[in-house]
Design a binder for this molecule. Structure first.
Ligand code: PMP
Length: 778
């Protein structure tokens, strides 16, 4: 009935062990004392031994139905794999006496046993292989966890060694290759147990619905397809010493081999153990070859399908009386247990457990769990109806329902969410090395050199930390050490971090209005209302500190005034503030956590707009495009003064993965010409919003630089009265229309537009439509 695999539907050759000794002599001229039949589904395999019981060779007498081209593929595949990975434990085929591989090609590795010889009723092809060390038929339950992970690694090595191999015979229909699983549907009737049959049918249904459509997307090549404990030799520790039987080798998905290994090693284990063992195998595999998300997502289906065919094919062979039922179905019970474990878990849960999360999914909703375990100090979720995010790419974020949002809010993924240059840099470096800065390594040093090169002369020393808060905290400590002063100055609505020192410099988070005694604030110039435009407010703040006997150690300024509302500052104004700070004995911290890395479009750092040279430049957020990495850039004499007091070391600061991420960000900023693009996109966006404002009087002012934009919402244009309620409603309304923005400013009436710098003019119309819709609706 099954025309697709004549071998699987045929009987094995029937040579006796005595015949085999004769066959070895007749075909390869090998004198063996004994031959032991090792059993096989497709051919007859004998271990030939010498007079002293020593192993001489493995001999395979092929099924008469076997196509010589298939055997040639096998020989060439094994030779290819060995060339690609010289320590891969595969048995090499021997050359037939008198043959020459140069001349005869793959045919040099097979001899023909003519009809009549040693009882042959049909002509058979005979091959001889080297004997590998180790023992076969090991018990998968006896394997240690380390050995199980090594099995995964070996699976990946084997596939990698075959990656460049191809042969016409590989494009065939092998039933064990699970891409052809739907063909075993016709065998369902041979599964006598009805529950078992239903389970196999459920797996085949799922395969057809979910796996088959995705199959063309799975990475494919020539693979073993039947890598099981029966086809491997192992040492005392269960480590693989030999991979044998390449007879099922076919062009299929790489993941097919993983499924066959997992099914084999999970034999006889509980459901929990199935998932744990699978994870260990996948870990081992990914030491060599990282899997793609689709491969991982379908792994449960692939494992279940492999088990389903392990039930169906032997049931059919037994029904056809091609094999003794008991022998044929020796793996059926364990295969059924695997199928059931996965069906019982459910496909989604199985995928989750296979990809590394062993905990069952709780039914409590996420917001409640967040509140319960993270407590009240954490900032609440954004939006009345919080968004459960699933993924993001470029300037688009996608929630778990598949709804897409234009991200006009997140400044951290500066070169765009999931930028491949950055994600690959992180993954590659994480696979290679990630450690601290007590060892020599070029990544952080190169990063520091490149950062210094972006700064004015004099800013020549870099210290790496992990967050903007830490960067500001460190700058603050250095400033106090250098000046001997303890006072700090920041804008009235500033935010600079969560550490004790940086939170003291963050009036935005002084909810109770409690200003620390050593800190004074000043009101930024309000370019919209024309107030506080000169530096007198700053002079007064220094004066207030002086009245308390405190001199400033530092003034800190976010050059984009993000928390204060995106007011554009005059260079002369900032230069005067800096002069006054220095005159009072303090240093200047340019906080570039928000305004840096090209946000303003005209320069890498926002302080460069003002033509000043700060004493510290602090970096964070966008520096690693979402990967935690931050830095302080300062002058050498300041670092020297600090070094006299203390030793600086941050465990994660400057680690190779963070440095790789930060270097990738700098590369992308250059390669994609991000700064000029930011300038154009920012101008287009502001112009578009100003156009919307002509129809909506709620917009009082549109300002900002580059892609740091504030849209001030007022209840009455003539009096410029802030309207925080309308601002909140606009934020919600834009969210409902698929655009994410925030709010900021002392009165909370400024729409904060601060998208990833991947935002281009192409996104402007979508943004404006949402803004206009939200304004019309509020
Ligand atoms: N400085 C500024 C200007 C910031 O906006 C922030 C964070 N919003 C910080 C410092 C603190 O950075 P982090 O959250 O990484 O500690």
């Amino acid at each position: 009935m099954q025309a697709f695999d004549a071998i699987l539907a045929s009987r094995l050759p029937g040579f006796s062990e005595t015949d085999a000794v004769g066959v070895a002599a007749a075909t390869f001229g090998l004198t063996a004392a004994t031959a032991e039949n090792l059993g096989s589904e497709r051919d007859q395999t004998f271990l030939l031994r010498g007079a002293r019981g020593d192993d001489l060779a493995i001999m395979k007498i092929s099924n008469a139905a076997e196509d010589p081209a298939t055997l040639d593929m096998e020989a060439l595949g094994v030779l290819h794999a060995r060339r690609a990975d010289p320590t891969l434990p595969v048995a090499l085929p021997r050359v037939v006496p008198g043959a020459d591989p140069e001349r005869d090609g793959a045919a040099a590795y097979r001899a023909t046993l003519p009809v009549g010889d040693h009882g042959a009723t049909e002509a058979h092809l005979v091959r001889l292989y080297d004997v590998l060390p180790g023992s076969g038929r090991s018990d998968p339950l006896a394997l240690s966890d380390a050995a199980i992970a090594d099995w995964g690694e070996m699976t990946a090595r084997l596939a990698r060694a075959l990656r460049g191999f191809t042969h016409p015979s590989a494009h065939r229909t092998m039933l064990w290759d699970i891409q052809h699983a739907p063909r075993t549907r016709s065998m369902l009737g041979d599964i006598r147990d009805t529950r078992r049959r239903a389970a196999v049918a459920a797996v085949l249904d799922r395969f057809e619905a979910v796996v088959a459509p995705a199959w063309p997307l799975l990475r494919s090549q020539v693979v073993h397809t039947d890598f099981t404990i029966d086809n491997a030799l192992v040492d005392h520790d269960g480590r693989i010493t030999g991979i044998v039987d390449f007879g099922d080798m076919s062009y299929s998905a790489m993941a097919v081999d993983i499924a066959s290994v997992i099914d084999s090693l999970a034999n006889g284990r509980s459901a929990d153990e199935l998932f744990r063992v699978s994870r260990l195998v996948l870990d081992g595999y990914q030491r060599v070859t990282p899997l793609e998300p689709l491969e991982l997502r379908l792994m449960g289906e692939l494992i279940a399908t492999r088990s389903a065919v392990t039930i169906a094919i032997p049931a059919w062979r037994a029904a056809q009386r091609l094999e003794d039922a008991e022998f044929a179905e020796r793996y059926t019970a364990s295969a059924e247990a695997i199928v059931r474990a996965i069906l019982d878990a459910g496909w989604d849960e199985a995928a989750r457990r296979l990809s590394g999360s062993p905990r069952p999914a709780p039914d409590t909703d996420l917001a409640t769990r967040r509140e319960a375990v993270l407590g009240p100090a954490l900032e609440p979720l954004t939006y009345e109806h919080p968004i459960h995010m699933a993924s993001a790419r470029g300037v688009w974020m996608t929630d778990t329902n598949g709804r897409r949002y234009l991200d006009a809010y997140n400044n951290v993924p500066c070169v765009g969410h999931s930028h491949p240059r950055v994600t690959e840099a992180i993954a590659r470096q994480a696979r290679l090395l990630n450690t601290n800065m007590r060892y020599l390594h070029e990544a952080a040093i190169e990063l520091a050199e490149r950062l210094v090169a972006t700064c004015p002369p004099g800013l020549d020393t870099v210290l790496f930390v992990n967050s903007g808060s830490e960067a500001n905290d460190l700058a603050w400590r250095m400033a106090t050490a250098f000046t001997g002063n303890t006072g700090g100055l920041c804008t009235a609505r500033a935010y600079h971090g969560i550490s004790e020192a940086s939170a003291a410099l963050s009036p935005e988070s002084w909810l109770a209005g409690k200003a620390p005694a050593n800190i004074e604030t000043w009101l930024r110039p309000d370019t919209y209302r024309g107030t506080d435009l000169d530096p007198s407010g700053f002079a007064a703040a220094i004066g207030r500190l002086a009245l308390r006997g405190v001199a400033p150690a530092a003034t800190i300024l976010d050059g984009a005034l993000t928390s204060d509302g995106f007011y554009d500052l005059e260079p002369a104004y900032v230069a005067e503030l800096l002069r006054m700070t220095r005159a009072a004995g303090g240093l200047w911290i340019a906080d570039e956590v928000q305004g840096g890395h090209g946000r303003t479009g005209d320069a890498m750092w926002s302080f460069q707009r003002f033509g000043i040279v700060p004493d510290f430049v602090t970096l964070g957020k966008p520096m690693g495009n979402g990967h935690p990495v931050a830095a302080v850039i300062t002058r050498r004499e300041i670092a020297q003064r600090f070094a006299a007091d203390t030793v600086f070391f941050s465990t994660f600061g400057g680690n190779q993965v963070s440095a790789a991420a930060a270097l990738a960000v700098l590369d992308v900023l250059e390669d994609e010409g991000v700064l000029p693009r930011v300038k154009v996109a920012g101008e287009a966006l502001r112009a578009g919003i100003r156009d919307v404002a002509t129809r909506h009087p709620a917009i009082g002012d549109v300002r900002g630089m580059g892609l740091a934009i504030g849209v001030e919402i007022v209840s009455d244009r003539p009096t410029k009265t802030p309207d925080p309620e309308a601002t909140a409603a606009i934020k919600e309304g834009m969210r409902d229309r698929g655009v994410l923005v925030g709010t900021t400013g002392t009165a909370g009436n400024i729409v904060k537009v601060r998208p990833p710098l991947a935002f281009t003019t192409a996104e402007v119309p979508f943004f404006l439509e949402a803004l206009e819709g939200a304004l019309a609706a509020h």
